[in-house]
Design a protein. Structure first.
Length: 122
């Protein structure tokens, strides 16, 4: 059974991790690492779910992470059914087995590093 958790960006490059709540267009992350219950308002578009797998450096992979794969660069998307890899500038998405991600490396995410995809907005 995989761990269900999310991340969201509070301000600029400050990220928090934990449970998420959406209400009236706003998003809140409940910090899972805090001893005291801490809730942070985050940008709703920055909220991404943990896939339950790690990259080749044992770093947890989240939705919207940009990955260096054996075939190039792609980013993690959720299509409403499953997580997949989308190539920059393409409409195609590739569904991969969890073992696929073990050979990839996170090189950024679409919110902090859109230039890695050579796109102005993803």
């Amino acid at each position: 059974m995989r761990e269900i958790k999310f991340r969201g960006r509070v301000h600029f490059n400050s990220w928090v991790y934990g449970g998420v709540s959406f209400f009236e267009g706003e998003a809140t992350i409940f910090d899972s690492s805090s001893v005291v219950n801490s809730a942070y308002d985050v940008g709703p578009v920055t909220v991404g779910q943990y896939l339950g797998v790690e990259d080749k450096n044992d770093v947890q992979i989240y939705e919207d992470d940009i990955l260096q794969t054996q075939s190039g660069i792609g980013y993690v998307v959720y299509d409403g059914v499953a997580f997949a890899i989308k190539s920059p500038g393409s409409e195609a998405i590739d569904y991969e087995r969890p073992s696929f991600y073990e050979s990839c490396e996170i090189i950024g995410n679409i919110h902090d590093n859109p230039e890695l995809l050579n796109l102005s907005h993803v």
